[in-house]
Each structure stands twice: as C-alpha cells, then as structure tokens.
Design a protein around this ligand. Structure first.
Ligand SMILES: CC(C)(COP(=O)(O)OP(=O)(O)OC[C@H]1O[C@@H](n2cnc3c(N)ncnc32)[C@H](O)[C@@H]1OP(=O)(O)O)[C@@H](O)C(=O)NCCC(=O)NCCS
Length: 116
C-alpha cells in the first residue's frame, strides 16, 4: 500500500498534445497521452500499473486530462479502436466499463466473416 499523497501528477501541454503522468517515489505508475485534432481530443494512451490500481489514480488522471482538453479548445474526447495493450479481453472489458461509468458512450467495432 502507499499514501495517496505520495502520488505526484506531472503534465506536459503543448499545442495538439497533452501528456499526464502519475509518479510514485519517482517511478511512473500511470500515464495518459492525448492528441488534439481541431476540436476532437483523441485518447491515445490511458494506463495505470496494476499494483497501483483501484486507488483513484485513473479517475484523477481522466478528470484532469478532460479539463486540460477543454482548456485546449476540444469539445469531445474520443478513443478509436480497442485498448490493444490490455493484457486480456477481461482487462479490455474492464476499461470499457470504467469509461462507460464515467459517461463515455461505447460503440462496438468488430470484424466478422460469414462462413456458410
Ligand atoms: C482503467 C484503469 C486506467 C483504471 O485505473 P485505476 O487507477 O485503477 O482507476 P481508479 O482507481 O480511479 O478506479 C478503478 C476502480 O477502483 C475504485 N476505487 C478507487 N479508489 C478506491 C479505493 N480506495 N478502494 C476501493 N476501490 C477504489 C473506483 O471506484 C473504480 O471502480 P468503478 O469504476 O467501479 O467506480 C486501469 O485499470 C488500467 O490501466 N487498465 C488497463 C488499461 C489498458 O489496457 N490501457 C491500454 C490503453 S492504451
């Protein structure tokens, strides 16, 4: 376990780009990367290390980048495609549920082939 106050959030904001990291004793344990195209913000990366999860770090980072996106003129935050570095389909479903709970709309995209 760790003290929540020990988490330090560091942000880098430049035109079209936001990067937020969470550090615990100098080690990066969470990160978010956003690209902004016109008024659309794209969630490129959103990850918290498994040993730190369920302590509010992900929620804090999401809320902070949402506010930074608004400051940068974006009106929508979008994730295109799956969270491909999720370790399993269960982790993928968990992150979709996490985002849906936080008012993100989910539109499933899949590939299929009719076999007969
Ligand atoms: C999704 C993810 C970012 C969430 O990070 P996190 O730090 O665990 O997020 P939080 O701690 O804010 O919230 C997680 C859950 O723990 C709960 N929680 C928060 N603090 C808690 C506490 N002190 N005690 C118990 N539960 C707690 C939250 O309420 C939340 O549950 P809910 O969604 O049912 O409300 C993280 O699970 C992750 O990185 N998953 C893998 C993502 C991935 O594959 N990313 C690749 C994309 S590029």
């Amino acid at each position: 376990m760790f003290e929540k106050d020990s988490i330090e959030y560091k942000r880098v904001v430049s035109p079209g780009h936001i990067r937020l990291s969470a550090e615990l004793h100098g080690k990066i344990v969470g990160s978010v990367i956003i690209f902004i195209l016109e008024k659309i913000a794209l969630l490129e990366k959103f990850h918290v290390d498994s040993e730190v999860r369920k302590n509010g770090v992900g929620t804090h980072m999401l809320e902070e980048v949402e506010a930074l996106c608004v400051e940068q003129g974006a009106f929508q935050l979008l994730r295109i495609g799956m969270f491909c570095d999720a370790d399993s389909i269960f982790e993928y479903i968990a992150i979709v549920q996490f985002l849906r709970k936080r008012k993100y709309k989910y539109r499933g995209i899949w590939l299929s082939k009719k076999l007969r």
